[in-house]
Design a protein around this ligand. Structure first.
Ligand code: NI
Length: 667
């Protein structure tokens, strides 16, 4: 750890091996061990079998809602098993209470899609490519030597799906693209080897095809390293900035349950989604009001808009093909998270099903967030201001070249926000100096970044004041001039309930101020309106690849900003269960039946993202780009729920001159 990183930490109260006390508690180290063992024994697994997934099989929602603390509850594990020797794939459920496999089914990867790429495959893929004679020959044609090859970086990429070519069918495939490094620690992305892609059969353990466009684009030579020694002298002038909470934190943690400022939720974590917020609720007076049953990001899609053989097939599903949770970082105190930090260590398994603890994978702390509310009444000299505090719960993962942070924020006024941070290194492409790339932005005179999009699929299983919810859409438009609008200043507000899945497949519209609101039509607030939360979408793009292109069909969730489905336990991921080498699953297929979504148990799916035209400022490491969405209470409360937040010294906020009460409140 960098010696300049300082922060306090609070100690976890629960050991990761401890017994679960709630049906949604992630599986402990002991339970993971037990589950893997039961499957190995029960199914007679060979040594060549791997566990791309092993996690809690979440109980039925009805069981969770009926749960009484202290009473027994079901405890099940879900596993996806892949036999590396035969390519066979299966899914199983383990009943941990009974100590047996309670369900087992074989899957045909050609139909179901391949299990996600495992960590060991990242490494075997590199070895396979580097030892392939034809690939070595192709690299040498580009002016590199045998000695150079040892330091070459291979980026292992998901294969994608480009038709039922028999030579690929049923095979577990990856693609390898290469980057030259003079030294092992160099930033390979500064030296892309263009026009050369190896296709690897992971089960066969060999390169089955080499794509070489023969252009021999020169390998860019200028080093662009970003490790501290390479960066040289740091800028000067930064004085220490300490964030201290001398009396400790304002949240409390009981196992996986968190309480803070009227909020309650349970921390969950899966290998695919990473952080999950379960049973998010807000205590309003003497009532604890449920808002969201389960919230997560189920997948991403990052399609590239380039025709070159190194890039046209690139579309990373970082959740379903790699695993946002599986690739979570161990966060550094004081560097990743500043302040009084509570970390959650996440029990997980490696590819072979051996449990281990992902240390410091989830970070939680409080942050000052400027002004919560304020007014100065000049006639009476009444002056009131409250500072806003937010609870941050987050994780960061590294998926190849990119790094993604997922930050949930809870605010004292009932606002919920998900902010996603995009950073890391762009995928680079070599070009002839002085030319202009057709499908990307120049980042150096010899490198361009192919233009691409990043899409995130958030899944919000709503439970606003109860299980039956609806979604309304509002649009604004000018009222026609006339008797009802003599001054031409009036505009219309048109709100309607989206009644079916097809009606709810919607795109945002900034011009009409379109927004969506999740409501409970059965519960009214003090002014007689159904209680609601507004989904505030940002200025997001939708997928620009054709809907009927291979990529368009695989990442159909990104063709709309909004999808709403009736809750179906089988529909859990925007891109389907196994997007790896899958021809298309998830949306729009989930919504095909056009089921009713009115006044029922609904899931709101929101696609948000960013279209990335690369530029010099993105290199060598990109400053964080922010995308996300907000859920704001809208007729949920009877008044501003944060009027009772204390001002002055009681707020816990101390100003620069030492916490003068008069700055926050004048009687
Ligand atoms: Ni990007």
């Amino acid at each position: 750890m960098n010696s300049q990183c300082h922060s306090a930490t609070t100690k976890p109260e629960t050991a990761p091996g401890a017994r679960a006390t709630h049906p949604l508690d992630p599986l402990s180290i002991d339970e993971l061990q037990q589950a893997a063992e039961i499957i190995r024994r029960g199914q007679g697994l060979a040594d060549s079998c791997r566990f791309p997934y092993l996690q809690l099989e979440e109980p039925d929602k009805a069981e969770v809602l009926a749960f009484v603390p202290g009473q027994p509850f079901s405890r099940r594990a879900f596993a996806t098993v892949l036999d590396k020797a035969s390519g066979a794939m299966a899914e199983g459920i383990v009943d941990l209470n009974a100590g047996e496999v309670s369900a087992w089914r074989e899957l045909d990867p050609a139909e179901a899609g391949q299990a996600p790429i495992m960590v060991e495959e990242f490494f075997t893929c590199v070895e396979i490519v580097q030892n392939d004679p034809a690939w070595r020959e192709a690299v040498k044609k580009r002016g590199l030597t045998d000695a150079d090859i040892e330091n070459i970086q291979i980026d292992p990429w998901s294969f994608g799906y480009y038709g039922d070519d028999p030579k690929y069918q049923g095979k577990r495939l990856m693609r390898g693209v290469a980057f030259y490094r003079d030294k092992f620690t160099d930033n390979g992305y500064a030296h892309p080897i263009e026009g050369l892609v190896a296709i690897i059969d992971l089960n066969e353990g060999k390169v089955i095809e080499l794509l070489d466009d023969g252009r021999n684009t020169p390998v860019p030579e200028t080093k662009r390293n970003y490790d501290t020694p390479s960066l040289g002298e740091s800028r000067e002038g930064l004085k220490p900035l300490h964030i201290v909470q001398p009396e400790g934190v304002s949240f409390s943690v009981d196992g996986w349950k968190v309480s803070w400022q009227n909020w309650q939720f349970r921390v969950g974590f899966t290998p695919r989604e990473g952080l999950v917020l379960n049973q998010l609720s807000y205590t309003d007076g003497d009532k604890t009001r449920p808002i969201i049953y389960r919230a997560s990001v189920t997948d991403m899609a990052v399609p590239y808009s380039d025709t070159a053989i190194n890039h046209y097939w690139k579309c990373a599903f970082d959740g379903g093909e790699y695993g946002l949770g599986r690739l979570a970082n161990q966060l550094e105190l004081g560097c990743d998270c500043l302040g009084a930090i509570r970390y959650f260590d996440i029990p997980a398994v490696d590819d072979k099903g051996e449990p281990f603890l992902m240390k410091n994978a989830v970070c939680m702390h409080e942050e000052d967030f400027g002004t919560l509310w304020k007014h100065y009444e000049f006639r009476t000299n009444v002056f009131e201001v409250r500072r806003s505090r937010r609870l941050v719960i987050s994780f960061f993962c590294t998926v190849g070249n990119y790094d993604y942070g997922f930050y949930w924020y809870l605010y004292q006024d009932g606002t919920i926000q998900l902010e996603t941070k995009l950073t890391g290194i762009i995928q680079t492409a070599g070009m002839v100096s002085g030319t202009t790339p057709a499908h990307g932005g120049k980042v150096t005179p010899e490198i361009y970044g192919p233009t691409h999009q990043h899409f995130f699929n958030a899944r919000l299983h709503m439970m606003l004041d109860g299980e039956n919810n609806s979604v309304m859409e509002t649009n604004f438009s000018p009222s026609p001039a006339g008797e009802d609008n003599p001054w031409g200043n009036v505009f219309r507000t048109d709100a309607r309930v989206l009644k079916t899945e097809q009606e709810a497949a919607r795109e945002a519209n900034g011009q009409s101020g379109r927004f969506w609101k999740i409501i409970n039509p059965n519960v009214k607030n003090a002014v007689g309106n159904p209680t609601g939360y507004k989904l505030v979408a940002e200025h997001n793009p939708v997928m620009l690849a054709h809907a009927d292109s291979y990529v368009g069909r695989r990442a159909g969730f990104a063709s709309k900003h909004l999808w709403v489905t009736p809750y179906d336990p089988q529909q859990r991921y925007g891109s389907g269960n196994y997007p790896n080498q899958n021809k298309g699953d998830g949306f729009p297929y989930y919504a095909e039946k056009d089921r009713s979504i009115e006044n029922t148990d609904i899931v709101v799916w929101h696609t948000y993202g960013h279209t990335h035209v690369c530029k010099p400022e993105d290199f060598p490491v990109m400053p964080v780009e922010y995308v996300g969405f907000t859920l704001k209470p809208n007729n949920f409360f009877d008044a501003n729920p944060a009027m009772d937040v204390p001002g002055g010294k009681d707020s816990g906020s101390v100003n620069a001159s030492g916490g003068d009460d008069a700055c926050c409140s004048k009687p």
